[in-house]
Design a protein around this ligand. Structure first.
Ligand SMILES: NC(=O)c1ccc[n+]([C@@H]2O[C@H](COP(=O)([O-])OP(=O)(O)OC[C@H]3O[C@@H](n4cnc5c(N)ncnc54)[C@H](O)[C@@H]3O)[C@@H](O)[C@H]2O)c1
Length: 254
């Protein structure tokens, strides 16, 4: 029997069709939350929602492109209307498709990654915060990355900049929204064993990460999701503007 500490709460998880977002959606639903999964991957969002519902949870897919303001605002309002409240938003959508150096990065690729990782966060905050303010309660957690915390990993410039922006916007939003009992935090993972994480890395790169990480392994999506869910919990009520590094000690590694 799992802990139902999110019973009665209404949550949105972006990027919930796969990876870290999927794990987070499953844990929140298992602990009693109603979860709406926002993703552009229709097949994945529907598959995860069905699976949660078959296991006794309550989930809905929302096929929403988070780089579109009108679509995001409409989808957030729809998700809220299901329970007439909005308690939790987890922003896991984002990532990047492949490594590219600063000088080789096409302008449109830069803009696309900034939009899907950072502009989307602004849109979500702008749409969700007024609905949380109505109830004087909210938890907003975004996925940043070790790429924004350290230069030890080769990372593409658009992604590093976007995830750095996620941390800055997290702090700014935390400052503005604290008086409404809304917390805003970020989790900064490194080297997660998600489908995209694996697709991005060669076997040699994975072997290198495993041999140099203090933990000697990649991180499982559930291990990031557990940290995210802690920040979504009532118990984390005085944690805001924070970045929780979940990287197996990678930023300490020589
Ligand atoms: N996997 C890692 O190693 C790792 C490390 C550090 C940070 N992160 C971050 O954690 C988050 C989740 O990572 P993951 O590996 O689970 O990613 P993932 O690629 O498995 O999942 C991301 C999801 O976001 C969705 N998405 C992308 N753009 C979207 C848009 N415009 N609108 C709606 N949905 C959109 C995708 O369809 C996908 O389902 C990302 O923000 C990523 O940058 C991942």
């Amino acid at each position: 029997m799992s802990n139902k500490d999110f019973e009665g709460q209404n949550a949105i998880v972006t990027g919930g069709a796969t990876g870290i977002g999927e794990s987070t959606a499953r844990i929140l639903a298992d602990r009693g939350a109603t979860v709406t999964i926002f993703d552009i991957n229709q097949e994945g969002a529907e598959r995860v929602s069905s699976s949660i519902n078959e296991n006794g949870g309550k989930a809905f897919p929302s096929i929403t492109d988070l780089t579109n303001w009108e679509a995001t605002e409409k989808a957030v309002k729809e998700a809220k209307s299901r329970e007439n409240r909005l308690d939790v938003v987890v922003h896991s959508a984002g990532g990047f498709p492949k490594y590219v150096s600063l000088l080789d990065c096409p302008v449109e690729t830069w803009e696309g990654i900034l939009n899907s990782n950072l502009k989307s966060m602004f849109y979500l905050l702008k749409a969700a915060a007024p609905l949380m303010i109505e109830n004087k309660y909210g938890r907003f957690v975004s996925l940043s990355s070790m790429a924004a915390r350290s230069g030890t990993n080769p990372n593409p410039p658009h992604y590093t900049a976007a995830k750095g922006g996620v941390l800055a916007l997290t702090r700014q939003a935390a400052l503005e929204l604290g008086k409404y009992n809304i917390t805003v935090n970020a989790v900064a993972p490194a080297n997660v064993n998600s489908p995209r994480g694996l697709a991005n890395r060669t076997e040699e790169r994975i072997a290198h990460i495993e041999s140099t990480s203090p933990m000697r392994r990649l991180c499982e999506p559930d291990e990031i999701a557990s940290a995210v869910v802690f920040l979504c919990s009532k118990e984390a009520g005085y944690v805001t503007g924070a970045t929780l590094d979940v990287n197996g000690g990678a930023t300490m590694a020589p």
